[in-house]
Design a protein. Structure first.
Length: 366
């Protein structure tokens, strides 16, 4: 078992600078998720670790071993690809055993490992089938099984759930988390889906344009995003943002967004005083905008007048698409709310969970 370290890793494809001074230390047995939009460099970072791409500068370590110039087969890693990459003419058993046969592993040992992995993944009854006889979810399990039998120090997953339907994706997500707990091995997982990242990761690395934006636990990313990009990427629906100005008055601070204004709770105003009379960005998550009749007790609420433009009933909650002046935003409210399309309503913003960002740099103000 081993941790992983990226040290000042740069990767260029011609003039395209894909990774820019990437520094990440992944602890042994950790489940790290690299997340970000398409083209952010997350898959390239994984492929550099696997040895499928040469890095332009920097070092990659697995444990204490510098593997920067070592061939992929000698890095003691196993990778699960988005496309599964199964051999169509081979049975499930032979697909899982193929890598071990190439390494001249004894036949009895191959049989033991394949059957053990098949039992873990619940595919023991499929070992004689060909890939074309399997569903998408079953193929995905075979691809994971092929990685398990190698007993690597590090597992790499490159968007393995993207080809599955929504229900199967949720189910397989839980299975991969259980697998990590059972194998007690380092997992590095790439996805563009922030829900996958939040539910599976020990820590999440959020990337944009080849630059690491923030590396932290899922809860800290949600509660304390470093900048507007991270705040908007983590959480579903994404955070609402309002251009605003910080206005001081008689020892208090008000966030003036034009079509509405909210007073910052006294216990939170400290870091904001230095930004008085400056342009800022106010961030409020949809789950922190409530129907006043069902707002949680004991929080600092700010009433805001709005018009309901769209409602989406989700069963256990309702999404309200609201407009206040020229500001459009989303609220997640209690399903008992009586708000309907066209209604003039008053919503309550929970200011205990508000976020403020500098307008110029988009960095969080703390």
């Amino acid at each position: 078992m081993a941790g992983v370290t990226y040290e000042h890793v740069d990767k260029k494809f011609g003039d395209n600078h894909v990774l820019k001074d990437l520094n990440i230390k992944v602890d042994d047995k950790e489940f790290l998720v690299l997340v970000g939009p398409s083209g952010c460099g997350k898959s390239t970072a994984l492929r550099c670790l696997a040895g499928l791409e040469e890095i332009t500068s920097g070092r990659v370590l697995i444990g204490d071993r510098d593997v920067t110039n070592i061939a992929p087969k000698d890095r003691d890693i196993a990778m699960v690809f988005q496309s599964y990459a199964l051999y169509p003419h081979m049975s499930v058993y032979d697909n899982m055993a193929f890598g071990l046969k190439l390494r001249k592993t004894p036949k009895q040992e191959i049989e033991r490992r394949v059957k053990e992995a098949a039992e873990i993944l619940g595919i023991g009854h499929l070992l004689t089938r060909k890939p074309k006889q399997l569903s998408g979810g079953q193929r995905q399990r075979v691809a994971v099984g092929r990685a398990i039998v190698r007993e690597p120090s590090v597992f790499l997953f490159d968007e393995p759930l993207s080809n599955l339907d929504a229900k199967l994706r949720v189910q397989t997500r839980a299975e991969i988390s259980k697998l990590h707990q059972r194998l007690k091995t380092t997992f590095i997982y790439v996805t563009h889906d922030q829900v996958e990242a939040m539910t599976m990761a020990t820590r999440i690395a959020v990337m944009k344009d080849g630059i690491l934006q923030q590396l932290d636990t899922p809860q800290n990313l949600y509660d304390r995003p470093n900048n507007v990009f991270v705040a908007g990427f983590i959480g579903s629906p994404s955070m609402n943002f309002f251009d605003a100005k910080l206005v001081p008055s008689d020892g208090s601070v008000t966030v003036d967004a034009g079509s509405f204004a909210v007073r910052v709770p006294d216990e939170r105003k400290g870091p904001y005083m230095a930004h008085a009379n400056k342009q800022v960005i106010l961030g409020v998550r949809p789950e922190d905008i409530h129907d006043p009749s069902y707002a949680p007790p004991g929080v600092h609420q700010a009433p805001v007048d709005a018009t309901v433009e769209v409602t989406e009933l989700m069963g256990n909650e309702v999404y309200l698409y609201l407009k206040s002046g020229d500001k459009n935003y989303v609220a997640r409210v209690d399903p008992r709310s009586r708000a309907r399309v066209g209604d003039k309503v008053q919503v309550a913003m929970n200011l205990d969970n508000m976020h403020l960002f500098e307008k110029a740099t988009e960095a969080a103000i703390r």
